[in-house]
Write a protein that binds this ligand. Structure first.
Ligand code: MG
Length: 171
């Protein structure tokens, strides 16, 4: 059983993860509108990943015999000034989510909820990886500047990203 506070905080995080999914799906549509299909693919894969994050927490809430409450998902931003602006926003959003995961972990520690603390460790590692990935692309976009050759080369590279459900751990 989860405490009422922990249950509410985890349910809020489910919503945040679905919002993240929505934001990256909006970014995917933005890149498609610019004919940057590789960037759009990268964001679509990110959308798929965020859905698995939301579901991982949702399943945990149920597993702990607590109540899942699904709230409305906010409308994300739909347009950006440039690919660089979109990736800057993506990186800032990832940093915000990392802070939320840290707060959740703080709460689990305060409540001596060792199971939830242990559960959240996966998300802490995942956020480190995600921030690094988004930062790398953001930095590359900065280097590329106004070079359309550079942009198309990066687009080709990002087209190769494939979705893997990392929430399914080998037994
Ligand atoms: Mg996530």
């Amino acid at each position: 059983m989860l405490s009422q506070k922990m249950q509410e905080a985890l349910n809020k995080q489910v919503n945040e993860e679905f919002f993240s999914a929505y934001l990256y799906l909006a970014m995917s549509a933005y890149f498609e509108s610019m004919n940057l299909s590789g960037f759009a693919n990268w964001m679509y894969v990110q959308y798929q990943e965020e859905n698995t994050h939301a579901l991982k927490i949702f399943k945990y809430i149920i597993e702990r015999d607590a109540e899942a409450s699904l709230k409305a998902i906010d409308t994300p931003q739909l347009k950006w000034e440039s690919p660089l602006h979109a990736f800057e926003d993506a990186l800032n959003h990832k940093k915000k989510v990392s802070a939320l995961i840290n707060n959740l972990t703080d709460l689990a520690l305060i409540e001596k909820d060792h199971a939830t603390n242990n559960f959240l460790q996966w998300f802490i590692s995942e956020q480190v990886q995600e921030e690094a990935n988004a930062k790398k692309i953001k930095d590359q976009l900065k280097l590329i500047g106004n070079s359309s050759d550079g942009l198309f080369m990066l687009d080709k590279e990002l087209a190769l990203r494939v979705f893997v459900d990392e929430t399914i751990s080998p037994a």
